[in-house]
Design a protein around this ligand. Sequence first.
Ligand code: PMP
Ligand code: PLP
Length: 425
Amino acid sequence: MNYARFLTAVSAARKPSPIRVLTELQQRSPPTMISLAAGAPNPDTFPFESASIKVRNGPAVTFDEKAMKRALQYSASSGIPELLTWMKNLQKNLHNPPTANYSPGNGQMDMCVTTGSQEGLCKVFEMLVNPGDNVLLDAPTYSGTLAALQPLGCNLISVASDQHGIIPAALKEVLSQWEPSEVQKPGSTAPKVLYVIPNGGNPTGASMTTQRKKEVYKLARQYDMLIIEDDPYYFMQFDKPWVPSFLSMDVDGRIIRTDSFSKILSSGLRLGFVTGPKPLVERVVLHIQASTMHTSTFTQLLVSQLLHSWGQDGFLQHVDGVVEFYRKQRDTMLTSADRWLKDVAEWHAPSAGMFLWIKLKDIADTQQLIMEKALEKEVLLVPGCVFTIDSTEPSSYVRAAFSLSSPEQIDEAFRRLSLLIKEAL
Ligand code: PMP
Ligand code: PLP
């Protein structure tokens, strides 16, 4: 793979921050090293001394004074070593990527910690997308992705999709206007990047099948594209076995995968991971050096201690519990949807994630209904237009999240929505 051809001028121009390099060197040095180098403040002046955080069904995570000093201090931009090691082992066990070799020096793949997967995504887009570039995705898509991509001035091309995500034949059709042998030539307008949410899509709830992923990967090879696999709902797949990821099929090193702990450990702690080819992860880390410097050391140590005390089995057991919860919530929402919306709307049962994507049969544009009338009736939903490439384009869909409300609230919300729809007709 020639990664240079994928980089924007801004990303290619990033250089290591000399002080960050010294900070990381200092952290790997023996205690006998006297460092007058790094501009680290003295944690003895910080007001926080120690901490103990209760964990549901397990021992507390504790920070004695020494651990607390570390937690309050600057740390490496790629992430604290013990958390990265734990995550690399997890990725290897879950995805076993064909190119997986993280060893320093000769590894082809790498990982870094990000402040939520949104930060990783935003930095990946800024690394790869130039003004005027054609970028492929299946709209409607996550509004945070649109917010990060649209200001880059690229041309977003939507590939048709259904409840199983991107339709390979539709992708093939879009790509057929370019000649595979020409795409690597300078000046080619062929898309270099495809963005996908493979499981429990936001907002559509769509999940890709193994077969579709294989076909999409094959097209990516043919047209030398990178695939950004944004998979925050991977751990929220309701049915076992979980569907193999793009990363697990990546024989070339063309997958950049973003993972998130937001839905399984905490959304507010802000913890995500980028996994991908070493030369690309390196560019993301250089961007982190120049922006946030690193994800909160406290956050990373807290989560790392928990993960090490759980082990992989304990972690996956916790994930099972999360999946059980969301599966019940989904079933509750489907029951209420059947009760109240059957005549006026249609939907597909999602097999992952936390969203039901509802098409209102006789309402061409849900914007006004949801943003004005629904507010009066005290029910909050998201109108479909929020997720379209052109937000002025009418959408007959609404997104309902089954994550936070009780069964009674979900049922009452759909009763109110059904009344609203009937009044609007
Ligand atoms: N600006 C200046 C002038 C600095 O010296 C530093 C930290 N050394 C920063 C910004 C970054 O600070 P922060 O740790 O709050 O990101
Ligand atoms: N990608 C998708 C598809 C999402 O739905 C979300 C959150 O809603 C994110 C990324 C951002 O997740 P994080 O909290 O890890 O930044």
